[in-house]
Design a protein around this ligand. Structure first.
Ligand code: PLP
Length: 372
């Protein structure tokens, strides 16, 4: 099997969709249809500042909220950044899971936030540590990725979801849930969104990047109407208008039934890749614990403490394995005196969707040779 993979470099780096998963023909049909359709000139003009209204309406039906509670922007990271600009003053605290999405940590810091990570366990954040941090730091918001977390692959349990919304209610701050992987469930049953448990205090972010294509730059935020209104004003002042042609293409993609068939194709493609990485980790790195996700893009491991990981990336590169620096996924710890020099050094994120099962097996096998 490994003969087919040979000695080519294996990239366990970015969480990107597989190239073969990008629906070029279907999208091309949708783009042509919307540009030639009755809204063709509307979507080529400035306007629709909160996003293409038919898309906001469609999402409103899906999430059972008014279109005014939805802003559709140029990807969800962009909306995360605008939201932070609105909610955070320099020096304010933002809480995240520890580890968390590296770009979110960067975005919050760039807006002047002090980002504090709350240890993530197999079923969600450590609640005692979270409450301690809330009491000490009075955060502007808590940012969580409750489904198939990036980077750890963890899904927050039903009990912890309830506990999170209870804490938010008790201590009065925003809960930001980021759910771009939620729909990519390969087995098992979905748990409620945090929004379903407490719509008044939850801001939901999601995206079509992993469900159709990242380059469409179509992401959205759902929240209370007055906050969404302020965000729309900020977006208009920042970028004038979001990219309407791709938003219209997304609506057309749904209307033609392509969304559902494409989602099914994605699951058919990715589910065996998830199985391959779980099997490879159990075979080649037995005893190294990891959360086994039922969907999404990521599995991650913590290498045993006794292993010297100081130049892991360079050693991996030398044997044909490209890894991301585990430290990037770690925010500041709550305890300011904690030694952070080695934080994240043993953490390895393994995005599996853009690799074939053979590449995954070979990649994990190479990783295992480094830690023996
Ligand atoms: C948790 C999370 N949020 C947001 C994003 C960014 O999504 P978008 O392409 O919609 O900006 C990603 C992309 O990897 C992600 O993993």
């Amino acid at each position: 099997m490994q003969g087919q993979v040979g000695t080519a470099q294996i990239l366990f780096t970015r969480g990107v969709p597989a190239l073969e998963a990008l629906p070029t023909t279907l999208l091309s049909e949708c783009m042509q249809s919307v540009l030639e359709g009755p809204d063709g000139k509307t979507i080529l003009q400035y306007g629709n500042y909160g996003g293409y209204l038919p898309l906001r309406t469609m999402l409103g039906e899906q999430y059972r909220v008014a279109p005014e509670q939805i802003i559709v922007g140029n990807g969800s990271l962009h909306l995360q950044d605008l939201l932070t600009a609105l909610l955070v003053k320099p020096g304010d605290v933002v809480l995240t899971e520890q580890p968390s999405y590296d770009r979110a940590i960067q975005t919050f810091r760039r807006r002047g936030a002090k980002v504090i990570g709350i240890p993530l366990e197999a079923d969600g954040v450590n609640l005692a540590k979270l409450e301690e941090a809330i009491i000490q730091k009075k955060p502007a918001f808590l940012y969580v990725i409750p489904d198939f977390q990036n980077p750890a692959g963890v899904t927050t349990s039903a009990a912890k979801r309830q506990a999170l919304v209870d804490l938010v209610e008790r201590y009065d701050f925003w809960l930001v849930e980021d759910v771009p992987y939620r729909t990519l469930r390969y087995s098992g049953e979905s748990l409620p969104l945090l929004r379903d448990l407490n719509p008044a205090r939850t801001l939901t972010l999601s995206s079509y990047s992993k469900l159709i294509s990242p380059a469409l730059r179509v992401g959205y935020l759902i929240g209370p109407g007055d906050l969404v209104k302020r965000l729309i004003k900020l977006m208009e002042e920042t970028i004038l208008a979001p990219v309407l042609p791709t938003q219209a293409a997304v609506v057309e993609f749904h209307k033609r039934g392509y969304f559902d068939s494409n989602l099914e194709n994605l699951k058919q493609l990715y589910a065996p890749r998830l199985q391959a990485i779980i099997a490879a980790l159990k075979t080649y790195l037995p005893g190294v614990p990891f959360a086994e996700p039922e969907g999404g893009f990521f599995v991650s491991i913590n290498l045993p403490e006794e292993i010297d990981c100081s130049n892991l990336l360079a050693r991996a590169q030398a044997i044909g394995l490209t890894l991301t620096n585990g430290k990037d996924f770690f925010a500041d710890p709550l305890d300011e005196h904690e030694n952070t020099a080695h934080l994240g050094e043993h953490f390895v994120r393994l995005p599996f969707c853009a690799l074939t099962p053979d590449q995954i097996e070979e990649g994990v096998k190479r990783l295992a040779t480094l830690v023996r």
